[in-house]
Design a protein around this ligand. Structure first.
Ligand code: ADE
Length: 254
């Protein structure tokens, strides 16, 4: 996957991109990230990228010209215009559709992505109307710019690319990937300060371990994110277990 990031602050990215799994994904050739400084696409003497809004009001707005020029020069760089056709140009914005694991999966199927990081009060509306194809928010709060949001997307998407996570199937079992939260994990020591690991996990009985994990996943989702149970794919056995949880909570007056 080839990700182009358009930003006024390219220096914010390398520290995160050049460590751990993202570093490995690039070394494997599964991920390339190209950082483009929007300021480099200005044509005026002072390299102005933002201006006050028409009509007054506070703050500054990113000008359309350098952003259009930056995206259009990506098109020109690619061997053929066709390569850029259908490529998502995604604006990071608190007004976008909320980012989810499903969107991460959808984006992981793309060969190329263009991520545009807004700053200040936002971008000129013509960028939104005539250049971007999608708008994504990473949550209902306002950041100082889209750079962290772009990194969140790069991270969530990269770990879904083939071979990037070591363990086979590791990403498939993640919280959210299954439509449920993951249950608890334990590692050595088996007894830490008198807090012991559940026996079943040390029993070596694979089927019992799998059932315990499923039930703990259901329990955690029931406790923390009951909304997710409305859309999760559940078996008869799962439904029975959830029924038990419901009865227990009624019994203890929860
Ligand atoms: N830019 C500012 N806040 C943002 C958010 N919540 N998500 C994505 N981009 C943003």
């Amino acid at each position: 996957m080839n990700i182009h990031i358009l930003t006024l602050f390219p220096d914010m990215f390398p520290a995160y991109l050049n460590e751990s799994i993202l570093k490995k994904a690039q070394a494997m050739g599964q991920l390339t990230v190209r950082l483009h400084n929007i300021r480099d696409y200005t044509t005026d003497k002072h390299h102005v990228t933002d201006e006050p809004p028409f009509g007054g009001g506070g703050g500054m707005v990113l000008k359309p010209e350098p952003i259009f020029t930056a995206v259009e020069s990506l098109v020109a760089d690619l061997q053929s215009q066709q390569e850029m056709e259908g490529v998502p140009v995604i604006l990071m914005s608190p007004q976008g559709r909320p980012f989810t694991q499903t969107i991460a999966q959808e984006l992981a199927g793309q060969e190329r992505l263009v991520l545009l990081c807004g700053r200040y009060e936002g971008v000129d509306e013509r960028v939104r109307e005539h250049l971007v194809t999608d708008e994504i928010s990473i949550g209902d709060y306002v950041l100082t710019g889209g750079e962290l949001a772009a990194l969140v997307i790069v991270d969530a998407v990269t770990r879904l690319l083939p071979g990037v996570l070591g363990a086979e199937g590791a990403a498939e079992m993640d919280s959210h990937a299954t439509g449920l939260l993951e249950g608890p994990h334990f590692t050595k020591p088996a007894d830490f300060r008198g807090w012991v690991v559940p026996d079943v996990l040390r029993s070596g009985h694979a089927a019992n371990v799998a059932r315990w994990r499923r039930e703990e996943s259901l329990r955690r989702t029931w406790q923390r994110r009951p909304d997710m149970l409305l859309t999760a794919v559940l078996t008869e056995e799962d439904r029975w277990f959830l029924g038990q949880l419901a009865q227990e909570s009624v019994a203890i007056g929860d």
